[in-house]
Design a protein around this ligand. Structure first.
Ligand code: PLP
Length: 280
């Protein structure tokens, strides 16, 4: 059963209407969100998620979200959760109603982890590369595109996933029009060669991932080399393994890219999962 809490800590029925139809989050996708993984009642990477919410708010010129408000709503969700051992905890923060006083609409919503995600964590995924339609300099040249903000405008990301399905794959790795690797529609790309982990830099127009950061922290502690640097598309199939990381999917192995089966990275996946889990 989903659990919904407002920023003042009161609970609301998730099956009943809450948002006004003229909320700009609904009308224009004008707002931001985060999804936090909670395991056995403990939220993971809470600080980095909140810092990213603040960063997204600044990019959209939204009022700075209050940590106390989101902590209160989060606690109310955790206190009232009766579902499984893991929760996908969403924080949503919109520009509020059109023509209103500018007060944002905010809430926290606890959801079960989808079965499909659990299956993919174990079995890995097939992915296709799709052109995101901008070059590697677009984020710096055109900040109004909000590349790298976690906005509610995810229609493009969802359309890309449907395109992947049409091509017989489950996931997408976005690329720039000049051949650099970006990220998945809801995940960070990590490429592994030997004992080196690589991920593209946020400046290229992607979201800095909290899961990737946690994995890199753990890996560095155990003597791996970690690099945040541009990755070109051909390097994906040359790597020992490529992975899509996000709070909810954790570290998911990509076994097939653009219809071609990649080197078996099952053992590497086990090692990365052990590293990631060692953080908690
Ligand atoms: N990139 C995008 C576009 C995302 O939507 C997400 C998460 O949903 C990520 C990367 C991964 O971020 P995190 O590991 O913090 O969940």
């Amino acid at each position: 059963m989903p659990v919904l809490a407002l920023l003042d800590g009161t609970l609301a029925d998730p099956a009943h209407p809450l948002i006004r139809v003229d909320d700009l989050g609904v009308m224009r996708g004008d707002g931001i969100f985060e999804t936090v993984l909670v395991v056995d009642g403990k939220p993971r990477e809470l600080g980095p998620h909140f810092d990213r919410l603040v960063r997204s708010a600044a990019m959209l010129d939204l009022p700075e979200p209050s940590r106390a408000d989101f902590d209160r709503a989060t606690q109310a969700v955790l206190d009232n959760w009766t579902g499984g051992s893991e929760i996908a905890l969403k924080w949503v923060y919109t520009r509020g109603v059109e023509g209103g006083d500018g007060t944002p609409t905010g809430f926290a919503l606890g959801l079960e982890i989808a079965e499909k995600v659990k299956r993919q964590r174990a079995s890995g995924i097939s992915a296709v590369t799709l052109d995101r339609g901008f070059d590697a300099d677009a984020a710096v040249r055109a900040p109004w595109l909000l590349l790298g903000a976690k906005t509610l405008s995810y229609a493009v990301n969802m359309a890309a996933l449907r395109e992947a399905e049409r091509r017989g794959a489950e996931e997408v790795i976005f690329t720039t029009s000049d051949g650099s690797v970006l990220e998945g529609p809801t995940s960070t790309l990590i490429a592994v060669t030997g004992r080196t982990l690589r991920t593209p830099p946020a400046t290229i127009g992607i979201l800095p991932g909290t899961t990737q950061a946690a994995l890199f922290r753990a890996a560095e502690r155990e003597g791996w080399s970690v690099k945040t640097e541009p990755i070109q598309v051909p390097e994906l199939s040359e790597a020992d393994g490529i992975f899509l990381a996000s709070s909810v999917r954790k570290i998911t192995r990509v076994h097939t890219l653009d219809g071609v089966q990649l080197t078996d990275s099952t053992a590497l996946h086990g090692e990365l999962t052990r590293l990631y889990d060692s953080e908690y």
